[in-house]
Design a protein around this ligand. Structure first.
Ligand SMILES: Nc1nc2c(ncn2[C@@H]2O[C@H](COP(=O)(O)OP(=O)(O)OP(=O)(O)O)[C@@H](O)[C@H]2O)c(=O)[nH]1
Ligand SMILES: [Mg+2]
Ligand SMILES: [Zn+2]
Length: 345
């Protein structure tokens, strides 16, 4: 008979394999929870949530009120579930998040949409069968930086022999870890296994057809996730994966596969943008004006660095574009705050 547990957080090896120990070291767990079962959200499907616990998986209801709030459970969340007499298994608590990938709600309401929670690593996935898109990588890097997880760029399909162009394009971004992988030849898979060993959680983000699910299957050594060939003409994907889904690697580590996205709206991410563009922001310290916009101001160290060739002109443009987008968001947010209450839902 299993020992009576003092607290639902006295987790054994089964939860450790799902990443619980690594997670618990990063947050302060509430001391008000005394009953229920700890589990991790594998998948969210409208009102229903699949939660993996030490004793297997539970289909759990998440009441709609909670689903509207900032604490709607997301894939990767740690939760406490209780057996409710009326509704069956129910999420009692969404535990504090150690990290969260947040995007602007697509419906334009200024509400956080948590894509995934409690990841240690964000894999920005790009297929080398498509032309390099540095702006997109930078945007995903901002999202990763903002989440509190460590980014890594995962180039896929390198068996096609087209990785060099990407490699060169990404050289502009300092201190970036770039992995070259191929699900066909198996190259780079060991490196990925090493990265997620010791129960790290890695989420894979990237556009449709980039090869995220194929990579997941290669790492699991099993055809768990459906995959589909890209369009012949332009290598575009077909949105094969439709939900964010967590999978456990038998050799260690947790993966989260996601539906293809081409980009994410960002807001409140100024520090993350500054970090991803540290080459630009470091240089900006030497501009004459502390609020220099690096456009036409005199004694602008950033413009000087562009002229000297230390900063790529297009990289500066991309930085300025992201900054403008964030400023624009901030203005809209402020306008929304000033609107009479009640008009906001
Ligand atoms: N040559 C080659 N093809 C690959 C590799 N990885 C994936 N592909 C192909 O790329 C296509 C798209 O792969 P998926 O894994 O479905 O892409 P995805 O990123 O999951 O796409 P969505 O689920 O739509 O977001 C499939 O035809 C794969 O066979 C690889 O390493 N080498
Ligand atoms: Mg997929
Ligand atoms: Zn300047």
């Amino acid at each position: 008979m299993p020992e009576a547990l003092d607290s639902p957080f006295d987790a054994g090896p089964a939860l450790a394999r799902l990443g619980f120990r690594r997670y618990a070291a990063r947050v302060e767990l509430p001391d008000t929870v005394s009953s229920g079962i700890v589990g991790r959200v594998r998948r969210v499907d409208r009102g229903e949530v699949d939660v993996v616990t030490a004793d297997g998986e539970l289909r759990v209801v998440s009441d709609s009120q909670r689903a509207q709030s900032a604490f709607a459970p997301a894939t990767g969340d740690w939760v406490v579930v209780v057996d409710d007499l009326d509704v069956g298994w129910r999420i009692e608590t969404v535990l504090p998040r150690a990290a969260a990938l947040v995007r602007r709600d697509p419906s334009e309401r200024e509400i956080d949409q948590v894509l995934v929670a409690n990841v240690d690593l964000v894999g920005v996935v790009a297929g080398v069968d498509r032309p390099p898109n540095v702006a997109r990588v930078e945007r995903f890097l901002v999202l990763a930086e903002d989440s509190g997880a460590d980014p890594v760029v995962v180039l896929t399909k390198t068996d096609l022999g087209l990785g060099a162009e990407w490699e060169t394009a990404l050289e502009q971004i300092a201190d970036l870890t770039v992995l070259h992988t191929s699900a066909v030849s198996g190259s780079g898979l060991d490196e990925l296994h090493r990265l997620i060993a010791d129960d790290h959680t890695l989420v894979l983000l990237g556009e449709s057809g980039a090869g995220k699910s194929t990579l997941v299957n290669a790492l699991l050594d099993d055809e768990v996730q459906a995959t589909k060939e890209v369009r012949a003409g332009d290598s575009k994907g077909r949105h094969t994966t439709t939900a964010r889904e967590m999978l456990t690697v038998s050799g260690g580590g947790v993966l989260i596969d996601t539906p293809g996205i081409r980009g994410v709206g960002l807001w409140n991410a100024e520090p993350a943008v500054a970090a991803v563009f540290a080459d630009v922001t470091d240089m900006a310290d030497s501009c004459r004006f502390s609020d220099c916009r690096h456009v036409s101001e005199p004694d602008c160290a950033v413009k000087a660095a562009v002229e000297a060739g230390t900063i790529d002109a297009r990289r500066l443009q991309r930085y300025l574009r992201l900054r403008a987008e964030l400023d624009d968001q901030a203005v809209r947010l402020e306008q929304q705050r000033r609107r009479p209450q009640g008009r906001r839902r």
